[in-house]
Design a protein around this ligand. Structure first.
Ligand SMILES: Cc1ncc(COP(=O)(O)O)c(C=O)c1O
Ligand SMILES: [Zn+2]
Length: 366
């Protein structure tokens, strides 16, 4: 049976609906043993649930699936370099957040919880709301007032109770945490079951590359749920003897809101408050990432790095992807702007990146 544990003070807790942080105040991780059986994996449907023995949901009846995952890994060429792009806007709600939501809400279903709260810049709220709708679990989604109207419409369409909060993304988090003292906190940043969904990003890359790991993965980072999921996924594969290395993890932030970039460059172990400016990349506009310490550890352990990209570079990348046939949201274009920077000092490495969100979601802001 899986348990919660705190990497800050070492405390261990049983998995209970009311527990979402350690008594010391830190976020929690999950102790869970994943196994991989390639023969079994190959016999299953092409969804992220094919890695069933590595997902911490005990009973198949608890699983809420819309056939999500196993997204294409497209081979493209950039200035003479081959890059593999994981097309993660092809999820039921139009962003990679469904990886985390399908696993977290399946777990919530298994725990018998009837109501949840979540706060989000938009996409995680859409994903949690959609899976709650499938499970007939009531949900309240808190978002900052400035969230793209299309994401708000999407959250409402799933029947969620949408609460718009005046002020910053940080203010939205504060209001939600207050509600989380009474209602299950289905938080993509705090709840480790979400990371045990996003880790399937690593499993799919491993399978699609012929059961191998790439050298480098370039990812967008706000709260770091994709980066940490990727780290957890490859770590589990390494511990199971399935891959030799964890790829170098390269995080991309918007220069207008780059707390991890600052901490990484200055050699700090934690992020510190930054002066946040407006950015079109709303999904990564996170001034205080809950798991900042953990993100920095994962990047340093894998010999990775953090890049910051300007608003102009984001706009250019968005247009370049459009004429390659990919209509992506600005947050995802930031990743591509970072990828282009990284490619400038790349040698002969196999590199993977991703398109995390569908352009239609933020079309009004473009
Ligand atoms: C499309 C898209 N990409 C990337 C991210 C960044 O995810 P995280 O905050 O978990 O790092 C988000 C977050 O909302 C997003 O919506
Ligand atoms: Zn603790």
């Amino acid at each position: 049976m899986e348990k919660f544990y705190c990497s800050c003070c070492g405390q261990v807790y049983p998995v209970q609906p009311t527990r979402w942080r350690c008594d010391c105040g830190s976020f929690l991780d999950l102790q869970f043993e994943s196994t991989f059986d390639i023969k079994k994996i190959l016999k299953r449907e092409p969804t992220l649930w094919r890695y069933r023995e590595a997902i911490p949901v005990a009973r198949d009846e608890s699983v809420l699936s819309m056939g999500e995952g196993f997204t294409p890994l497209e081979s493209t060429e950039w200035n003479g370099h081959r890059v593999l792009l994981k097309i993660d806007y092809l999820f039921p709600t139009g962003s990679y957040k469904d990886r985390g939501a399908t696993v977290l809400i399946s777990k919530v279903n298994e725990l018998g919880v009837k109501k949840v709260v979540e706060d989000s810049s938009g996409n995680a709220g859409c994903a949690i709301a959609a899976y709650c709708a499938r499970a007939r679990i009531r949900c309240e989604i808190y978002v900052p007032e400035a969230t793209s109207p299309k994401k708000l419409a999407q959250i409402r369409a799933y029947g969620a109770n949408l609460r718009r909060v005046e002020g910053s993304r940080e203010r939205t988090a504060e209001v939600t945490m207050e509600a989380a003292s009474r209602i299950y906190y289905a938080s993509h940043c705090w709840n480790p079951f979400f990371l045990h969904g996003t880790k399937t990003f690593a499993f799919e890359i491993w399978e699609q590359m012929g059961w191998k790991a790439p050298h480098v993965i370039v990812l967008p980072v706000g709260h770091g749920t994709l980066l940490l999921g990727t780290y957890v996924g490859f770590k589990e594969l390494k511990e199971a003897g399935m891959v030799k290395r964890i790829p170098r993890l390269v995080a991309v932030q918007s220069a207008s809101c780059a707390p991890l970039y600052q901490a990484f460059k200055k050699g700090w172990n934690e992020t510190r408050p930054i002066e946040k400016r407006e950015t079109i990349a709303e999904g990564i506009a996170i001034a205080e990432p809950v798991r900042g310490r953990q993100i920095l550890e994962a990047i340093r352990e894998t010999d990775g790095e953090v890049l910051a990209v300007t608003e102009k570079e984001i706009g250019v990348a968005m247009r370049e992807m459009g004429i390659k046939g990919h209509f992506i949201e600005p947050t995802s274009a930031a990743t591509i702007a970072g990828l282009k920077k990284y490619l400038k000092h790349l040698k002969k490495e196999i590199i993977v990146s991703t398109l995390t969100g569908m352009g239609l979601k933020a079309a009004g802001k473009m």
